[in-house]
Design a protein around this ligand. Sequence first.
Ligand code: AMP
Length: 127
Amino acid sequence: MPIDATQPYDADNIFAKILRGEIPNDTVYEDDHVLAFNDINPQAPTHVLVIPKGDYVSWDDFSARASDSEIAHFVRTVGAIARKLGLVEPGYRLLANIGGHGHQEVGHLHVHLFGGKPLGPMLAKGL
Ligand code: AMP
């Protein structure tokens, strides 16, 4: 069930629980501001979720409220993780779902990082 990305941050979301150490995760990378872990239901050979540690509902919320340094660090870190995973030469895809039409299911900003095989066209056809 997609979330409403205009609602305030809900501290009971599953990624908040991961950040508090209440449920486990398969960590790929961590620093003071960012956590990256393997998706529990991978859609590609590499499917990593990259999240800021701050309480941001979505890309919309993050882009509106986060500081320039938080945004710069997050963007640089997503790129660095992809490089560390060897994804630049073969290519990869980033995806951030926002709200209902974006089919965002977890109300804590996450960027999906997909790779490890040709990923095909961006969206299924049909407008
Ligand atoms: P989205 O639809 O963009 O909100 O994507 C949410 C993603 O979170 C899905 O790809 C899920 O498979 C993934 N997910 C949900 N729970 C967990 C979890 N406990 N650990 C890792 N990934 C999860």
